[in-house]
Write a new protein. Structure first.
Length: 175
């Protein structure tokens, strides 16, 4: 796997210790991650699962949300909590990030678990982000709750990155 951080920042200052990082300390997304993916979208496939989560949180920040990464490991179906103040008040978007092995798709159970978290936590909506695609059942589950659930597959991520690269519409606030 590509270690994105070491390519761009070989000796970064440590905000937390390595033991804290491995234990699941919260890490904040860094803007340079998104810039690297804008310039090299093919690098997404080389990221490990955690790097992909961090990069997707950074991408949501670049799109105008305040993103907070959850702990590594068991997270109850929520990897990122993304907030923003909308025209009609505050919004909370719970995000599940999936970086499956090549050829694997995001299953319906992932969408169902996130939808449950949206309901329990009284979030505005849930967003499942993957560099892969969704199974038919997962897409049906998302479509069944259009005001509460959304999905972003690899193609949509590429569109977001391209919009950010060119400054085209779509780079802004709609996750």
């Amino acid at each position: 796997m590509l270690n994105l951080a070491s390519l761009l920042w070989p000796n970064p200052p440590r905000i937390i210790t390595l033991d804290q990082f491995r234990a699941g300390a919260i890490v904040q997304p860094e803007p340079w991650m998104v810039q690297y993916l804008i310039d090299h979208p093919e690098a997404i496939q080389d990221l490990d699962t955690w790097e992909f989560q961090v990069c997707m949180a950074a991408l949501l920040e670049r799109k105008g949300l305040r993103a907070k990464l959850g702990p590594r490991g068991a997270d109850g179906g929520v990897d990122v909590r993304a907030e923003r103040v909308g025209e009609f008040g505050p919004e909370l978007i719970l995000v599940q990030v999936k970086h499956p092995q090549p050829g694997n798709k995001v299953e319906m159970d992932v969408v169902r678990l996130l939808h449950l978290q949206v309901l329990v936590q009284h979030a505005t909506r849930g967003l499942v982000v993957t560099d892969s695609t969704f199974t038919r059942g997962a897409l049906q589950q998302i479509a069944a709750y259009p005001f509460q659930m959304d999905g972003a597959d690899g193609e949509r991520i590429r569109q977001w990155l391209e919009a950010l690269r060119t400054g085209a519409p779509g780079a802004g606030l709609t996750p």
